[in-house]
Design a protein around this ligand. Sequence first.
Ligand SMILES: [Mg+2]
Length: 390
Amino acid sequence: MNTTRTTQHAAGTATAPDSIRSVALSSVRLPLDTPVSDAKVFTGRQRPMTEVALLFAELTTAQGHAGVGFSYSKRAGGPGQFAHAREVAPDLIGEDPNDIGRLWTKLVWSGASVGRSGLATQALAAFDVALWDLKARRAGLPLAKLLGAHRDSVRVYNTSGGFLHTPVEALLENAAASLDGGVGGIKIKVGHPDHREDLRRLTAVRERLGDGVPLMADANQQWDRPTALRMGRALEEFGLVWLEEPLDAYDAQGHAALAAALDTPVATGEMLSSVAEHWELMRSGAADVIQPDAPRIGGITQFLKLAALAEHQHLQLAPHFAMEIHLHLAAAYPYEPWLEHFDWLEPLFEERLEIGDGRMRVPDRPGLGITLSEKVREWTVERCESGDPR
Ligand SMILES: [Mg+2]
């Protein structure tokens, strides 16, 4: 049997296999303009967030193709992701970049001892995203088109203007600015220790924006079950698109009971770190809106498996953070999704995503459509290369 890895196409042309020539990893610390607090800070579980740690992977191939991907961590974990990625990166050298599924499996087995979720697979996400970017770039297609898009734009709502440290007047100004900029919905954080403060803030936002603007609220896991039920009932009058993370991220049964008790849809999933964990939520009926985060669950390959399961369960989709990646993945989901708008990562990229009429347009550039900016180099704290970068 001929074992040469040359593919013969119907048209009679042959495509030689490519191979990964180099992998460069950068550990980047992105400073935030203002320390950021959600309910986890108000309950004393976390300090205000002052920076985001990013792990960038840049791949090149023998045939001259390139791809870039990233993973990230908020608060601790960035150096750990970088260390794990650096350790397994040499396993990619010489491999065919087309074989993304096989490569994810190879990398996960390289670190099998540290598990198939969490930090270990978040480190692999940077490679996985870069491989998908490379594949779409080589095809000359935006990633959404390569995957099979259902739409050219995705409904977008803003989160970054609605944090709990933001005074209510600034909250209203941020919301107005987002809507003026073309964003289609507003999410504000709740979970203040004084529940009346949550109601005051939501009332002010609803009154200022009017009934027609889609509004979401996010408690960041800080209510217990009785509080979540009481607050969930109190919030019904605001006509929220969803109530997000009312309970601990791993309380599938609690979420399921709440989702059954409330008219307001319940959204959760951003903190989970594998498809298996998401499947536990789904089969428990814990979410009306599922909120996966591709970097957090191991990359795009894993996200696509999750999306197939979510579609089968007829769930709404609202991916968490990293809109530069999730725009493409949301565009390829069958049911109309929501995309989360955070402007935090914008300094890292040369391009700006186009927003208007409540939606974000899928860029017509190949791949993810991102180019790393000079800020990435400026904020790089550690870098390593495997293979032959030339
Ligand atoms: Mg959230």
